[in-house]
Design a protein around this ligand. Structure first.
Ligand code: ADP
Ligand code: MG
Length: 606
């Protein structure tokens, strides 16, 4: 049974706009010229087309934008316009919460973020934060909180819930599972009961928001890795987060099953991807992005044309339109969120986004509560499974446990009896053994007593010739053994003697070596002594040398004094006496000494 909504209701397709705040790099000298302005009613929006503003010098900009002659205004009306100051909470409460409520009621809902790269699609959908209570939380984490709060509030009622999540990416027209990296190149299938779905897409049952955050982090990391490898893939890929809420309610009329689905779509950047110059992978990639986004435009165009009968809708032209078939003109409550930048450079993209969004307003969806009893919802399947298991448990519980216990007790008793029997048999055998030993001992004693007393033919046994023979034989044997042992001992002694001789030889050798060492050491000591003596002699010689030098020094100073004295007394100093600068020169010293003695000088000159 499907509840059909009133056709044409605007509730089924809402279009909202979010203007992102200017970025730091767009603000010049603390000033920013915005091309868009939201009306206070949060429904109307104006975008200003400033004529040739790029030619206006910076200092004239302010006056330029004030003059109405310099711009054309385009005006639009939407379900909601969020201006630059809008917060994440506001966006969630006034828009996204409605989609979540619809999902909880059993509708398919979709929130689709569209816009140029860098306008805040990911910020709005994810929010770059998973910290609970952070004001930065985006639509996805807030939706999950809302869903689980709702489930908690209903915990006392007769409703059972099951929440599952999936996360996929469409890149280059290929669908991959962001939560199961091994699931690549997935196909879209359609089924009467399930509608359009992705085959083999993993679904993760979740019981609390942190569980889903973990999944999202994992998926986003996968998306990020891809982006670093393929140059910002995230702006070139579409990402779809799917939350499925199944519930079965016990009502007086019976069970009521509902399945709501929430698609949270972060589309690829809508700016025109330049194909010029691109080659290979890049060209292919650009073509695919253009292809999928223009396919989205074509679907919207076809849906909103007023032709009768309705023309063919080209859903199959791209993966994203095929996947979102229900969201675009089908069984879904769709919210189309268009993000725009207020910067002058982004004017063309912003205007085209607004036109695109304006056109989307005319899409007519026909959502229904998915409440077929027989649609094979997983929760129902689980419930049936649980019921089956419970039944099995009940059956097992009813088995006669008492008789099983009695049986066991009987077996235990029997085991005890067997043990007793074995023990007593063992003890009996032990006793028999002791008795046997005792008897043997007595018999042996008896034999020995009789032996010692026994007489052979009136003689004592030791005196018989048999006994004497045996004794001699025995003595011979013992003697022989004794001789052999003696020989062995002699052999051992000889060996020891040989070893001893060998040891003595080594000992002699060692003693000889020791003597040589001692002689060598003595000679070394003698040499040391000689060296010491020589050293002492050397020292004595040095001392002598020093004394000689001192005497020379004294002599020189005395010669100097004498020369001075001769000069004072004006005694002529011989002409050829050249006083040496180096007073160590012995020749010069001799000459000076001769000069002091004129006669000898004369003698010398002769
Ligand atoms: P998109 O996903 O559209 O390419 P992003 O969501 O990555 O863009 O946003 C680009 C940058 O702008 C991010 O740094 C983001 O934090 C910032 N941003 C976008 N929208 C807002 C907003 N409404 N408020 C504050 N910052 C925003
Ligand atoms: Mg993004």
């Amino acid at each position: 049974m499907k509840q059909r909504e009133k056709e044409g209701s605007n509730e089924n397709l809402r279009v909202v706009i979010r203007i992102r705040p200017p970025m730091a790099r767009e603000i010049k000298d603390g000033k920013f010229i915005s091309t868009v302005q939201a009306a206070p009613d949060n429904q109307q929006l104006c975008i200003f087309d400033y004529h040739a503003i790029e030619l206006v010098p910076d200092e004239e900009l302010e006056a330029f934008v004030q003059n109405p002659a310099n711009y054309t205004i385009h005006q639009f009306t939407f379900d909601y316009v969020y201006d630059q100051e809008s917060t994440q909470v506001e966006v969630y409460e006034t828009t996204a919460a409605l989609s979540v409520d619809s999902t909880l009621q059993g509708y398919n809902s979709t929130i689709m973020a569209y816009g140029q790269t860098g306008t805040g699609k990911t910020y709005t959908m994810h929010g770059f934060s998973f910290t609970p209570n952070s004001d930065q939380l985006g639509i996805i984490p807030r939706s999950l909180h809302n869903i689980f709060t709702h489930i908690q509030m209903k915990s006392n009622s007769m409703t059972t819930f099951m929440v599952r999540a999936s996360y996929l990416q469409i890149y280059n027209e290929s669908i991959s599972d962001l939560l199961r990296p091994d699931h690549q190149q997935l196909n879209i299938r359609e089924d009467k009961k399930r509608g359009v779905f992705v085959e083999n897409l993993s679904e993760w049952a979740v019981r609390s928001p942190p569980e889903i955050y973990q999944l999202m982090r994992r998926g986003n990391a996968k998306r990020v890795t891809a982006s670093t490898r393929m140059n910002d893939t995230s702006s070139r890929s579409h990402a779809v987060f799917i939350i499925t809420v199944e519930q079965i309610e016990e009502t007086p009329e019976g069970k009521r099953a509902r399945v709501g689905k929430l698609n949270l779509v972060d589309l690829a950047g809508s700016e025109r991807v330049r194909v010029t110059g691109a080659t290979g992978i890049r060209l292919e990639e650009s073509k695919k992005i253009n292809q999928s986004l223009s396919a989205l435009g074509n679907v919207i165009a076809a849906l909103t044309e007023l032709k009768q009968p309705k023309s063919h809708i080209p859903y199959r032209d791209s993966k994203i339109t095929r996947l979102l078939e229900d969201s675009l003109g089908g069984n879904c409550k769709t919210t189309f969120m268009a993000m725009i930048s207020p910067a002058i450079e982004a004017f063309n993209e912003s205007l085209s986004t607004l036109k695109f969004a304006n056109r989307a307003k005319n899409i007519r969806n026909t959502p229904m509560v998915n409440q077929d009893q027989d649609q094979g919802a997983l929760l129902r399947k689980y419930q049936l499974e649980i019921q089956k298991l419970k039944q099995e448990l009940d059956e097992r519980s009813q088995m006669p446990i008492d008789s099983m216990v009695a049986e066991l007790e009987k077996e235990r008793q029997k085991a005890l009896e067997d043990k007793q029997e074995v023990m007593s048999a063992y003890e009996q055998r032990n006793r028999d053994l002791v008795q046997e030993r005792e008897m043997r001992k007595q018999l042996e004693e008896k034999i020995s007593a009789l032996n010692s007393q026994m007489l052979v033919g009136g003689q004592k046994i030791e005196e018989t010739p048999q006994f004497q023979n045996a004794l001699e034989k025995q003595q011979k044997l013992i003697r022989q053994q004794y001789q052999e042992r003696l020989q062995e001992l002699e052999k051992e002694r000889q060996n020891i003697e040989e070893d001893k001789a060998q040891t003595d030889k080594y000992k002699q050798l060692l003693l000889k070596q020791r003597d040589i060492m001692i002689a060598l050491t003595n000679r070394l000591n003698e040499r040391d002594e000689t060296i010491l003596q020589l050293q002492e002699e050397l020292d004595a010689y040095d001392k002598l040398q020093k004394e000689l030098e001192d005497i020379n020094q004294t002599k020189e100073s005395r010669i100097q004094q004498l020369v001075e004295l001769l000069k004072q007394k004006e005694v002529e100093i011989p002409m050829n006496l050249d006083l040496p600068a180096n007073s160590n020169n012995n020749n010069a010293k001799q000459q000076l000494l001769l000069a002091e003695m004129p006669s000898s000088k004369t003698d010398f000159s002769c």
